[in-house]
Design a protein around this ligand. Sequence first.
Ligand SMILES: NC(=O)c1ccc[n+]([C@@H]2O[C@H](COP(=O)([O-])OP(=O)(O)OC[C@H]3O[C@@H](n4cnc5c(N)ncnc54)[C@H](OP(=O)(O)O)[C@@H]3O)[C@@H](O)[C@H]2O)c1
Length: 228
Amino acid sequence: MADDGFLLDRPDLGVLGTGRMGSRLAAMFAAAGRRVVLGSRQPARAAAIVDELGVPGLSAGSYEKALAARAVLPAIFIRDGLLTVLEAARSQLAGKLLIDISNPFNEDYSDFITPWDSSGAELIANAAPQARLVGAFKNVFWEVFDQPVYEDGLSDVLMVGDDDDAKSEFLELAAGTPFRYLDAGPMINARAIERLTPITGRLGRQLGTYPRMNWKLLGHAPATASAR
Ligand SMILES: NC(=O)c1ccc[n+]([C@@H]2O[C@H](COP(=O)([O-])OP(=O)(O)OC[C@H]3O[C@@H](n4cnc5c(N)ncnc54)[C@H](OP(=O)(O)O)[C@@H]3O)[C@@H](O)[C@H]2O)c1
């Protein structure tokens, strides 16, 4: 097929947005050996960040270029128009792994813009209904990516979603990244996981650990136990 070369050549992951999370997540996945495009509304901004990071496998581009990757991770706030970006990209996202990291904060971070019986994840599922959605990294504050190893080892990423194949694909993509990934169940659990983030921020400020905070579930599991 004429398309084969292009399909084989597709990057593994496209990240939308070059803020605190987007730049760090793009660098982390590239450092783990994936081919990643860091996409920006201003590709020159992404290019400057990529040059500075100097991680092999990491390249820069537009949102359009990032959306062409095999999997897509938007790192844009819902309040800043993420749903509009996804709605415009529905056809590019159809059938793809879509990694949702959103916490639906309002402008001053005093509350969420979603009611308690909803979540950012559910808004994103509606905006891109044919994408294969997995929620992750929602409780990981940005500075954790700069120093992911704690005295007690690695911290946890709670993964949610209703599509087991998409979860497996996400775990393959994340192989070699410095977190323990736990399957936290169906997408509806994003309601609780997202709501944990403002509590984490509050506790981190009280303890003086803000913004390098994340959770780790403690306990002695048998060596044969699986996270899924
Ligand atoms: N900060 C955290 O610790 C944290 C933790 C977990 C999850 N999250 C989630 O990660 C997502 C991104 O958070 P962040 O802290 O990385 O945000 P951020 O630093 O504000 O960066 C967001 C990026 O979104 C892009 N963008 C697109 N449209 C925009 C608009 N109208 N206004 C402003 N920016 C726009 C920009 O990238 P370009 O200009 O390059 O397009 C911007 O750099 C959010 O959904 C958040 O809930 C954040």
